[in-house]
Design a protein around this ligand. Structure first.
Ligand code: ATP
Ligand code: MG
Length: 283
């Protein structure tokens, strides 16, 4: 048994809105082992980002208990990769990737070596002097991934990092991520809407229910590593897992739609959050 790196015990979170509290998470308990890659799947609005922000220490008001066991080194506790647009537009690719190292006052020479290494691993070496607006969306996400790895955190937190990419770019970035992750197998929590992606990348998959987000199932992925993402898709273990997860997830997506979005969406237009608030206020 590997040591527990992250422990989450009975975590709950509700947001205060104009119409009273909205419960985003309820009774979330799980752990992530040292070196494990955990993927989280769940319907839109079920509290995935909220959960990741709690793990990152960005969201401090919640009930329950969260512990990330640091090794006591100089490393930062976590680094986060967001869905999109999380690179600094006024910095070059190089400076973006070096950002965390510079903040920690890592010696210049070491900064250069580390940044160069991750630029090469993510195929960005030729673009180090470019600015984000000169890059494609996929390349900008590579910068985010390179920055997170270069910072060498204790744990990696990724919130749908490839969600905005087209399928081919997504596949390429998944493969790159796996290749880099294989080098030192850092503990990772990866949120996605894609069942394919979760099975391809993860050691286990945590499936969440519709809001309030609870844990519906935690499934192990018995596919050997290193993985060739295109090849594993045809394997019986992949297909069986896919069908199992689709059954679990589709129940939740339908439940979420029936419960709150559809009747209101037909009644009057509004944003997703407005709709939730209206549901709450109408009881
Ligand atoms: N700052 C906030 N104030 C009020 N409600 C919020 C706030 N942030 C999130 N929520 C609500 O909490 C619930 C969970 O939001 P969260 O962003 O964590 O979901 P998610 O699973 O990441 O969704 P998605 O898959 O669409 O990214 C939603 O109902 C959302 O509207
Ligand atoms: Mg989210």
């Amino acid at each position: 048994m590997r040591a527990e790196k992250i422990t989450v015990q009975d975590v709950g979170k509700s947001y205060n809105t104009r119409h009273g509290p909205v419960m985003a998470l309820d009774g979330i308990t799980f752990s992530v082992a040292e070196g494990e890659f955990l993927c989280i799947l769940g319907p839109s609005g079920c509290g995935k980002t909220t959960l990741l922000r709690i793990l990152a220490g960005l969201e401090k008001e919640f009930s329950g208990w969260v512990e990330v066991r640091a090794a006591g080194s100089q490393k930062p506790i976590n680094a986060m990769v967001f869905q999109e647009n999380s690179v600094f537009p006024w910095m070059t690719v190089f400076d973006n990737v070096a950002y965390g190292l510079r903040m920690r006052r890592v010696p210049r020479e070491l900064q250069r070596t580390v940044v160069q290494r991750y630029l090469e691993l993510t195929g960005l070496a030729a673009f180090s002097r470019n600015y984000p607006h000169q890059l494609s969306g996929g390349m900008r996400q590579r910068v985010s991934v390179a920055r997170a790895f270069a910072n060498d955190p204790e744990i990696l937190l990724l919130d749908e990092p490839f969600g905005a990419l087209d399928e081919q770019n997504r596949l390429l970035l998944q493969q790159e991520l796996l290749r880099i992750w294989e080098l030192d197998r850092k503990t990772a929590v990866f949120i996605t809407h894609s069942i394919d992606e979760a099975i391809g990348l993860g050691d286990r998959i945590l499936v969440m229910t519709a809001r309030p987000g609870r844990i519906k199932a935690i499934l192990p992925i018995d596919l050997p590593r290193p993985r060739e993402l295109v090849q594993i898709k045809g394997q019986p273990a992949f297909v069986a897992l896919y069908q199992n997860i689709w059954k679990l997830l589709s129940e939740e997506v339908l439940r979420a739609r029936e419960k709150e979005i559809l009747p209101l969406a037909l009644a009057e237009p509004g944003t997703k959050d407005d709709l939730y608030e209206k549901t709450i206020s109408r009881g």
